[in-house]
Design a protein around this ligand. Structure first.
Ligand code: MEV
Length: 423
């Protein structure tokens, strides 16, 4: 059984951390060797993934510790260029753990494809004629993907909307498809393209767009946690985090930054597992528009009856385990192995728990000492290394840069020269 409580993990060498991760998740020794850049994505593999390949770009791959989700400990793989994201998620997960960790749930994996029909003489009639042909259209769509149907997925429903636009009224048919463990874009796009002509005939118009919607509001995942008041720093911190969250619920300027903090966690896990970060981001931001049509916070924080902080986050999470980079990228495969989710829904739920953890960490820092202190000591590490510090010198230079409140390249060079007695 995996334990995500790994005290002293950050003090280990990279190789030791990788070995400890492999041991915890039950991967054979060497099973995570692909995380070594020299053994990761090869040029040849990259050349098969996109066009005009001239190289491969590396990004740091870390694991967030302390997560317990629905009673199961998990090490959460995260790929990000931003310092402090992994540490912050681990820290929030440690606080959430005091009161049982994260609890998650999700809808069925329903994706939707849109078929746009234009030039209908009677849009209202066309809509109802399409709905009358529901069974025929669903059967034709299911024929496109017998493997999906055999796996228990396939078309779930047909919804038809009328969309008024400056260029006329469009009849827009939505195919609602259970895509099981796939992200689902290919499955639903193939179905929409196959149905377009028949849908146009029935509607008495011309079909134009046939494509999934990234507003995947039928494929939601949610996470909640109770963050212990004392571990957060006391009752005032709880109250101030509620104020911080309330501003993000009411002010789009704050909501954008608040949601960016959530996406720091979400995108890092989505990227690590080789999923489509842009699809998830488009879904998240479209979901952030509330029922009044205003862009608002994706998460909510309240003080519970015992004075602890209750946090919830719900958003579309179109991630898959089959197909795409998740299957072909060796590092993404290792990330999936570290998580070993039962299915794509469980992966989606872990992603949302990471988003909630990240969000809480940012709000807690903002409601207390501000984020610069934590950020700066990590940033100082980069500055120290860029200035040429190695080994023991790094910690010494970092300490001085933070103490002098001067996290700058020129100061790092001066401190380094002093340390080496050459200044
Ligand atoms: C920085 O990457 C993310 C934050 O700005 C998020 C927030 O303000 O909630 C710290």
């Amino acid at each position: 059984m995996t334990s995500s409580r790994l005290p002293g993990f950050r003090d280990l060498s990279v190789e030791e951390r990788r070995a400890a991760t492999a041991e915890q998740v039950g991967v054979a020794a060497g099973g995570l060797d692909v995380l070594d850049p020299a053994r990761g994505l090869s040029l040849d593999q990259a050349d098969h993934m996109i066009e005009n390949v001239v190289g491969v770009m590396g990004l740091p791959f870390g694991v967030a510790t302390n997560f317990t989700i629905n009673g199961r400990d998990v090490l959460v793989p995260m790929v990000t260029e931003e310092p402090s994201v992994v540490a912050a998620a681990s820290n929030s997960a440690r606080i959430a753990r005091v009161r049982g960790g994260f609890f998650t749930s999700s809808s069925a994996p329903l994706m939707q494809a849109q078929i746009q029909v234009l030039d209908t003489v009677d849009p209202a009639g066309a809509r109802v004629r399409l709905l009358e042909a529901r069974d025929e259209l669903i059967a034709a769509a299911d024929e496109q993907d017998p493997a999906l149907v055999a796996a228990g997925g396939g078309v779930h429903d047909l919804v038809v909307r009328l969309v008024e636009s400056r260029a006329g009224t469009y009849v827009v048919a939505h195919l609602v498809v259970d895509v099981r463990d796939a992200m689902g874009a290919n499955a639903v796009n193939t179905m929409a393209e196959a149905l377009a002509q028949r849908a146009g005939e029935i509607a008495g118009g011309r079909t134009l767009l046939r494509i999934l919607t990234n507003k995947a509001d039928m494929r939601l995942a949610r996470a909640r946690a109770v963050f212990d008041a004392e571990s957060l720093g006391g009752p005032e911190v709880v109250d101030d985090i509620v104020h911080a969250a309330a501003l993000a619920e009411s002010d789009p300027y704050r909501a954008a930054t608040h949601n960016k903090g959530i996406m720091n966690g979400i995108t890092a896990v989505v990227l690590a597992t080789g999923n489509d970060t842009r699809a998830v981001e488009a879904g998240a931001h479209s979901h952030a528009v509330d029922h009044r049509g205003r862009y608002a916070a994706l998460s909510h924080f309240e003080k519970d009856a015992e004075g602890h902080l209750s946090g919830v986050l719900e958003l579309p999470m179109p991630v898959g385990l089959v197909g795409g980079a998740t299957k072909v990228h060796p590092v993404a495969r290792a990330a999936v192995e570290i998580l070993s989710p039962r299915d794509a829904r469980q992966l989606a739920e872990v992603v949302v728990a990471a988003g909630l953890a990240q969000n809480l960490a940012a709000l807690r820092a903002l409601a207390t000492e501000g984020i610069q202190r934590g950020h700066m000591s990590l940033h100082a590490r980069n500055v120290a290394v860029s200035a040429g510090a190695t080994g023991d010198e790094i910690a010494k230079v970092v300490a001085r840069l933070v103490q002098d409140r001067a996290v700058r390249a020129d100061h790092a060079e001066t401190v380094l020269a002093e340390l080496r007695g050459t200044g």
